[in-house]
Design a protein around this ligand. Structure first.
Ligand SMILES: [Zn+2]
Length: 113
């Protein structure tokens, strides 16, 4: 006795869910020939429903998702760099200000002598 695997399929006309031998489904996906649902509707797979087409579509979605992720990270990185630049500028300004203040104090002390 040989075993076959039954896979689920849905009729695109009446929506009935029926079982189909896996090897038969694979064959129909390959040859795109018509077959019939239990209610007698003639159905067939479209070229964009083949495993290859689906895989390509999935890969394209992945590419789009990764690109978006990359752009987001790039933007965040840019924002962080801007923030660091700003902090550095503030630190330099503060340092210059305290330097000037110190110079003022030193000059005053010198003049006292
Ligand atoms: Zn049907």
């Amino acid at each position: 006795m040989s075993e076959i695997t039954i896979v689920e399929e849905t009729c695109s006309v009446c929506g009935v869910v029926f079982g189909m031998a896996e090897h038969q489904k694979r064959q129909r996906l390959k040859d795109l020939k018509e077959f019939f649902c239990p209610n007698g509707h003639s159905v067939k797979y479209l070229p964009n429903q083949t495993p290859e087409a689906k895989e390509i579509a999935t890969l394209n979605e992945t590419i789009v998702r990764i690109r978006k992720e990359h752009e987001k990270l790039y933007d965040e990185n840019y924002q962080q760099r801007r923030h660091i630049d700003c902090l550095e500028n503030t630190a330099i300004k503060n340092w210059q200000r305290s330097n000037a203040a110190l110079r003022g104090v030193i000059t005053k002390m010198r003049n006292r002598k």
